[in-house]
Design a protein around this ligand. Structure first.
Ligand SMILES: [Zn+2]
Length: 218
C-alpha cells in the first residue's frame, strides 16, 4: 500500500488493515507537507511510502496536525527537521507528554513529537496550488482544527467529521455541544471534497453528508 493521489497534488495513505492509525495526507509538489502522521508504530511504513514518491523525511517542510491524539501524531517523531504544527491547546498537552489527553494511555502508545509551531486564529498555509485555512473546530478535542481551501473546495476534517459519522466527544477535553457547533460551522463551507482523519475520502454528496452528520448531533 502506498500513497494514492485523490485530488490534484493531494495524496492519501490509508492505514493497513487492522491498524487504528489515522489517514495521512501529503500535499506534494514543489513543497511537501503532511497533514497528520499516524501512529508511531506505523512510521516506518510512512517513511517508505514517501520514499516511493522520491521524498525523504528532510524534504517534508511541515506536518500540520489536526489535533493531539497519538494516532495522528506518532509518525512525526521521524521528521525532526520539519516544522511541527498544532493548536496551542493540544500542542501544550502533547509537549507535556500527557498520556491521558493524547490517548497514549488508552491506546498503549508512548511517542510524543515536540510541537514547535502553533496556529493563530487566522492561519493560512500556501502550499503549492493550495491555500489552506486552519479553522478551529473544538469538540473532539478542544484544540482540533480542520483545513479548508475555498477555491479547491477541499476540507481536511481530522476527527471532527467523517463519511457518515462525527468524531467522539467523550475523550479528554471533548464536548458534544462544541462538536455540534463545529459541524454546523463546517456545513456552511462550500466543501465538495471531504478528506477525514479516518475512513474513506468523500468526493461527492458532501452536502448530504453534512446534513446526516448534523442530524446525528441533534
Ligand atoms: Zn482523535
Amino acid at each position: 500500500m502506498a500513497f494514492r493521489e485523490i485530488a490534484r497534488g493531494v495524496y492519501m495513505l490509508a492505514p493497513q488493515r487492522g491498524s487504528f492509525s489515522s489517514n495521512i495526507y501529503l500535499l506534494g509538489g514543489k513543497e511537501n507537507v503532511l497533514i497528520d502522521s499516524g501512529l508511531a508504530v506505523d512510521a516506518g511504513r510512512l517513511v517508505s511510502s514517501l520514499a516511493i514518491l522520491g521524498i525523504l523525511p528532510k524534504n517534508i517542510a511541515m506536518v500540520l496536525h489536526t489535533h493531539g491524539h497519538c494516532d495522528h501524531i506518532g509518525g512525526s517523531v521521524r521528521f525532526p527537521g520539519s516544522q511541527l504544527w498544532m493548536s496551542r491547546h493540544d500542542g501544550r498537552l502533547v509537549n507535556a507528554k500527557d498520556a491521558s489527553f493524547t490517548a497514549c494511555a488508552m491506546m498503549g502508545q508512548g511517542c510524543y513529537p515536540k510541537i514547535g509551531e502553533f496556529y493563530s486564529g487566522t492561519q493560512v498555509f500556501s502550499i503549492n496550488d493550495y491555500r489552506l485555512l486552519a479553522i478551529e473546530t473544538p469538540g473532539h478535542t478542544r484544540g482540533s482544527v480542520c483545513f479548508y481551501d475555498a477555491d479547491a473546495k477541499v476540507l481536511f476534517s481530522g476527527d471532527t467529521l467523517f463519511k457518515g459519522a462525527v468524531g467522539r466527544h467523550d475523550l479528554a477535553s471533548g464536548d458534544k455541544q462544541e462538536l455540534a457547533g463545529s459541524i454546523a460551522l463546517l456545513s456552511g463551507l462550500d466543501a465538495k471534497m471531504l478528506f477525514p482523519g479516518h475512513g474513506q475520502a468523500l468526493k461527492e454528496k458532501t452536502g448530504e453528508n453534512f446534513a446526516l452528520c448534523n442530524a446525528l448531533l441533534d
